[in-house]
Write a protein that binds this ligand. Sequence first.
Ligand code: UGA
Length: 433
Amino acid sequence: MSEREPIGVIGVGWVGLVTAAGFAELGHQVYARDILQDKVDALSRGEVPIHEPGLPELLEKNRERIHFTTDMGEVIQNAQLLFCCVDTPPTYSGDADLSRVERVVEELGESTDHALVMKSTVPVGTGRWIQRLRSDVGYVSCPEFLKEGAAVADFMKPDRVVVGARPDSAEFGDRVEKLYEPLSAPIVRTDVASAEMIKLASNAFLATKISFINEIANVSEELGADVEEVARGMGLDERIGPHFLRAGIGYGGSCFPKDVSALKQLAGNSGYHFQLLSSVIEVNELQKRRTIGKLQKHLGSLVDREIALLGVAFKPNTDDVREATALVLAHRLIGEGASVRIHDPVALDRASELLGATRLCRTAEEALDGADAAVLVTEWPEYRELDWTGAIKDSMRNPLVVDGRNFLDDEALRAAGYTYEGIGRSTASAVEA
Ligand code: UGA
């Protein structure tokens, strides 16, 4: 086997595209296959269908090494390690839908000297299930831990790489390890089921951390503490750590909501009631809705109120709107009789079909002009740069800001005459200060 063996990537969504670009950057020939002809054509022309910082540059730089195709045969012919990167969306019951993974397994055809390397997030037990379908094909679980918006950097500098190989696929496991060698990351070599669990447990733990700090924020509002200070003090404890302690209006995205629910379902299906995760999910849902209460506290009824939502993407630096809090809020506000105007620097078009009767604004200023309240949903850096204390203040009908990410300068806004509501940033402590 040559020093840099060719690899296959099946499914060029967000994970697949970053994986393809990353391995091409490490010098591998990459055969990237998707079933959507339009997508493959666009990628072959150098067009990138998602907003991910650094990705267009990386794809362009390595264009000659990445071969986009719709033909599975071409991938199988050129590569033995086949990274499965298809999506596994939730079903109505909250389980992961494995139909796309199943189709990939079917499409492996006669090949026997290949291994499926699972990057898609799948339930624990998927490896065992695939072994029953195709014991003649190798299987390695190699979950991905990339964060949207920082995925290229995460690929190049992973905290760890997890490689769970079936005993009869140990050699394929070694080859996957070797692919990651240049990145000098700690490698966790383990069995398939544990690798699958590491992925789900990591996301579930991070979601738990967020719901925990959100509850601390809510209690802090009642008791006069400031959650930002609390998180700073907690985070210095090495056992706790400073990350994922940012209180906000709840987590969203294509991963946490889906994966927490999948792990809870998985546990339930095996006869274990994962009580903690039920609470994590419930806290997150209630957190999104607390914003409505904060608006009502100051505006009373929301009927015919003009509410500006800043940010649709589930977090900054991405145009991903899957499970985005803004969507829930927009629909709840419309349900309350409010008129909703909404802005996002990159995700507006992607979200337009999902936003129903909201007014899509091309600038934040347009969204805020004449508004009774501004709700900061996504912490895009440019929202901090707005002329809050000047032109914006003059243009709003009522100077109320609900800062769902504790992102704006609360003192400056209050001093300028705004009514400011953050998350767990109590007015009591502001007065005391
Ligand atoms: C998450 C994980 O962080 C990745 O490790 C994992 O690979 C990925 O899911 C996945 O399974 O594919 P991602 O969904 O891109 O990555 O985004 P995060 O940065 O983790 O943020 C998720 C949500 O939590 C966002 O809505 C964010 O605003 C929220 N969040 C995050 C908070 O509310 N507070 C925090 O302190 C951190």
